[in-house]
Unconditional design. Structure first.
Length: 127
């Protein structure tokens, strides 16, 4: 997987210290849409390291099972072709995940209102 993720978003380089990914998607006056607005990010770190991601903030009014209106998908599992872990509730704030590799694809999506998300990320030694 070389290059840039499709859609809005970017490739971010992790460091040993926490950095923030701040993303705002949607519009506060937007009614429910059929299609999602989507931003794709890749967090990368040097070979032999593993990335830790932490949900610092999730805003939104529609936290429901399955996160079908808005949320963030963190793909930290070994099989990155599978769907990642989805989060969309304030209760998910402060949750940390340790990736199995030195790349974490992140999808931030919304089809109603506006969503503000802050993800903190850094890398540590691999195993």
């Amino acid at each position: 997987m070389k290059g840039k993720p499709s859609g809005c978003g970017q490739v971010l380089q992790a460091s040993k210290e926490y950095q923030n990914l701040n993303s705002t998607i949607g519009n506060p006056k937007k009614q429910e849409q059929e299609d999602f607005e989507i931003c794709n990010y890749w967090i990368e770190s040097p070979a032999g390291t593993r990335i830790e991601v932490r949900i610092d903030k999730i805003s939104g009014e529609f936290a429901v099972p399955g996160c079908r209106y808005f949320g963030v998908e963190l793909n930290t599992q070994k099989d990155q072709l599978a769907t990642g872990y989805r989060f969309c509730a304030k209760e998910d704030e402060d949750l940390s995940l340790l990736a199995h590799s030195n790349r974490v694809p992140i999808i931030i999506y919304s089809r109603v209102a506006q969503t503000d998300i802050i993800i903190q990320y850094r890398y540590g030694k691999g195993s």
